[in-house]
Write a protein that binds this ligand. Sequence first.
Ligand code: 5GP
Length: 207
Amino acid sequence: MAEGILIVLSGPSGVGKGTVGKVLAAEKEDMFFSISMTTRPPRVGEEDGSSYFFVGEEQFIRKIEENSFLEWARVYGHYYGTPRDKVLNSLKSGVDVLLEIDTQGAKMIKNNFPQGVFVFLVPTSLKELKHRITGRGTESPEKVQERFTAASLEIIEAKEYDYLVVNDFPERAAQEILHIIRAEQLKVKRNNNIIEILRGDGCIQCP
Ligand code: 5GP
């Protein structure tokens, strides 16, 4: 059985990764959406085990020491990490996995999983991005400024990714990501088993 594809989705704060992720989840029910662990306090409406697993710093650091994360990073003063086992088990059993993580974490993944597919989501403009970060109303003015400054810098990191998707509308951006996944599934390097089966199926003068 072919391994699942690991899709890493990054993009600046406020670009709408969560919303695009929700559309994707509805469209592709057979994909595993990893739920990260974080020390950030929950925002209004965020449920433990649904948006994130919310834990204290002590517990997070213990998990780092136990090597429980596939990657982890400190973002805006809080720890965030991807629990390792569920992701690896899903990939092994042929299930595609989506990680929605920051650029530091994506770098860590790229070092360990060069076969991963790295997608960067950008806004239509920085003005639009600031509007979205402010409009969320979940952060103080200082935090908004901090996130906006970091977001502007983060966009430069897009160069390290395989695909760039503009989030003008979440439904369209999600469709683009589904096309990327499909194209990746069809790559020859992911389908060598089919070639081998055909070769063994009476191929004439095959070396
Ligand atoms: P937020 O606090 O807005 O939910 O997320 C802040 C940033 O942390 C976002 O860029 C988000 O993609 C990133 N993030 C969420 N989960 C993880 C994770 O498990 N690992 C890493 N490296 N970044 C994460």
